[in-house]
Design a protein. Structure first.
Length: 331
């Protein structure tokens, strides 16, 4: 992010942080490395300024990120006697993505919305949106340095995790020159790339591996290999001894198949709620497909929640996915 186009909003964020004693930081539910890394790094920066900061995420939290500096300070609600009026959102396309955490927002709240999704609903009092960023972690690095606030090794570790995970270990299409330059900056500030990669990709709990195996075993491939999809039921979670947050990387396995243009994983959140994660290649727009169901994201990676049972959601989404692939083929 070049600071200049968002100079006013970024300076507003600094002034708001300096003028409030208590601050609440929120990401999105089923948190990934980007929303966690930004939230934890910014929280450390604010605490160094003497602020009382509450990082709030609805449970369950993904165990794969429990090693991140500050992870143990995450709570599911602020103290009852808190008087918070400033709320910072990192990597949340809309307020609903933060789940039950938004119930703690005061009526007269000031909301700062920091994100990189093109589909962001601009729900903040201040909106700092950079669709060109590979991860919100890059935006946080630029802002912290612009403010003149120290980026410690632990903060650099969290922001490097944000950037590395949102680029799929620097393998996704959003791995730009800027992303690699920022990764180098963070390494120079104290992040250990090999350690972060080991903790994210080579320290998975047994339950996560079991869950991946169950999901891959039920995978379906159709349309001459262009569409791959699978279902993840609550029964499978129970069988693997896993929580839904452990399913984060399954979609990348589906999308790694040669020839696949659309990969979808259907997640049974409850009896009447199904979440989808979508990855695309070629002419199909993942954000547009998910937008049909009120979701959003990026061109190549997006998601949505459908108020349908798993068995009802699957045919509805697959019909539109097939149509999108056919349209792309004919185009």
């Amino acid at each position: 992010m070049t600071v200049a186009p968002l100079q006013s909003e970024i300076d507003q964020l600094k002034e708001l942080c300096l003028s409030h004693r208590q601050i609440m930081i929120l990401g999105h539910k089923d948190p990934d490395g980007d929303t966690l890394g930004c939230s934890l790094a910014f929280a450390e920066a604010l605490r160094a300024l003497g602020k009382e900061v509450f990082v709030v995420f609805p449970p369950p939290l993904p165990r794969k990120y429990s090693w991140m500096p500050g992870f143990g300070q995450i709570v599911d609600s602020p103290p009852e006697d808190s008087d918070i009026h400033l709320f910072l959102f990192f990597d949340a396309g809309n307020m609903e993505r933060s789940g039950s955490a938004v119930n703690h927002i005061a009526r007269n709240a000031i909301i700062v919305n920091v994100d990189h999704h093109t589909s962001n609903s601009l729900f903040g009092s201040v909106n700092i949106i950079d669709p060109g960023a590979s991860a919100v972690g890059q935006m946080c690095l630029d802002m912290l340095e612009h403010f003149g606030w120290e980026v410690t090794p632990s903060m650099a570790t969290n922001l490097y995790t944000a950037l590395m995970t949102d680029t799929g270990g620097f393998r996704h299409q959003n791995t730009t020159a800027r992303a690699l330059q920022d990764a180098s900056r963070l390494a120079a500030l104290g992040a250990d790339p090999s350690y972060v990669a080991f903790m994210v990709y080579k320290s998975r709990p047994l339950s996560t591996v079991k869950l991946s195996g169950l999901a891959i075993a039920s995978m379906q491939v159709e349309m001459d290999g262009k569409l791959a999809w699978t279902r993840l039921s609550r029964r499978m979670l129970h069988e693997a001894g896993a929580v839904m947050a452990e399913s984060e990387d399954i979609i990348d396995t589906l999308s790694s198949l040669a020839g696949v243009e659309v990969a979808i994983i259907f997640k049974e959140v409850s009896a009447r709620l199904t979440k989808i994660s979508v990855r695309t290649r070629g002419a199909v727009d993942a954000a547009e497909l998910c937008g049909r169901f009120g979701g959003g994201g990026h061109l190549r990676a997006a998601g949505a929640e459908l108020p349908y049972p798993l068995d009802d959601a699957v045919p509805v989404v697959l019909e539109l996915a097939r149509e999108a692939i056919q349209a792309a083929t004919m185009g």
